[in-house]
Design a binder for this molecule. Structure first.
Ligand SMILES: NC(=O)c1ccc[n+]([C@@H]2O[C@H](COP(=O)([O-])OP(=O)(O)OC[C@H]3O[C@@H](n4cnc5c(N)ncnc54)[C@H](O)[C@@H]3O)[C@@H](O)[C@H]2O)c1
Length: 297
């Protein structure tokens, strides 16, 4: 099951990163978007990021200017942008990174299932939906995995490789091999809510909000406790502001609906209130903290 040509659907925050790391690892990559403007924006992010990396490797003495430029040009040359999904037909692996909407993802995979050659592996980068539902929609559940990359893809080492009951073990192995080949540390996981990271992280964030709601400690003290007591780079409430309160609520609502008896999936009232007030975290300038761009004000 050799992977040579990779397709990516969606060239947004996650998609452009997946395209870039795959091209840097030597794969031919086709990336498909819905509109030329979105495609141009994503491709220009990749172009800038590749140029920055080349400049850095020269600066650090890791490569000569000539070699760095040759590497940059080769990676860039392996990437093709398209607005036509038919261009994904001969890819060996197609990874989806479009908006988090299950119906839209199911429709996309149904289409990809009929467009792509029979042995193409299909993968979703979903953070919160059951992989098995998309696998079924694709009509080739045995060739379907989750490939959950982390943001920013260029820097974060982890990729969770998710297998459903129907995933062919050879497909799962090929997907893990792909993760490794793009410089990531792949971890395997069954198709469970939140996979490994979010299953641990989101309930942890929830517990910190429940603490705040009960008045056990202030937001600043809860964050300081986890930063200075556990060595975390940021506390759970700052993290919630970073992720986005709407995104956090959306993930929790989906889980509570699907797993009403799982006590780890509670929704703090304080989270609902903030979202209703439009205080969504760093991106709107206010969540549990006030923000001035990337900094708490
Ligand atoms: N943002 C994160 O931190 C993060 C982390 C891990 C996984 N994810 C998952 O990755 C996926 C993408 O998230 P994102 O943050 O990159 O979103 P984004 O909004 O930045 O990018 C999505 C892109 O997909 C395009 N798109 C939408 N529908 C399409 C279609 N039918 N065909 C082709 N392109 C289409 C949009 O134009 C947009 O450019 C989601 O499933 C999300 O849950 C996100």
């Amino acid at each position: 099951m050799e992977i040579k040509k990779v397709g990516v659907v969606g060239c947004g925050l996650m998609g452009h990163g997946i395209v870039q790391v795959a091209a840097q690892a030597g794969y031919e990559v086709v990336v498909v978007e819905t509109e030329q403007g979105y495609l141009d924006k994503g491709l220009s992010r990749i172009e800038k990021s590749l140029a920055k990396l080349a400049a850095k490797s020269v600066e650090k003495g890791k490569a000569t200017a000539e070699d760095a430029e040759a590497g940059r040009a080769a990676s860039w040359g392996r990437i093709t942008g398209s607005l036509d999904k038919q261009d994904l037909a001969d890819c060996d692996l197609v990874c989806e990174a479009i908006i988090e909407d299950l119906e839209i993802k199911k429709a996309l995979f149904a289409e990809l299932g009929s467009i792509c050659k029979p042995d193409t592996i299909l993968a979703s980068n979903t953070s919160s939906f059951p992989v098995s539902v998309m696998a079924e929609a694709s009509g080739r559940a045995d060739k379907f995995v989750g490939l959950h990359f982390f943001n920013p893809v260029q820097l974060m080492r982890l990729v969770e490789v998710v297998r459903t009951d129907a995933t062919d073990p050879a497909v799962f192995a090929a997907a893990q091999g792909f993760g490794k080949s793009v410089g990531k540390a792949p971890v395997g996981c069954k198709d469970t809510p939140g996979f490994v990271v979010n299953r641990l992280l989101v309930p942890y964030m929830t517990q910190s909000l429940l603490m705040l709601e009960r008045g056990d400690a202030t937001a600043a003290d809860i964050d300081a406790a986890m930063q200075f007591g556990c060595g975390h780079p940021m506390g759970p409430i700052t993290l919630t502001d970073y992720v986005g309160l709407d995104t956090t609520l959306y993930i929790l609502e989906g889980w509570v609906e699907r797993y009403p008896n799982e006590p780890a999936f509670a929704i703090p009232e304080i989270l609902r209130q903030k979202v209703a007030e439009g205080k969504l975290g760093r991106k709107t300038g206010e969540g549990f903290y006030k923000w001035d761009g990337d900094k708490k004000s």
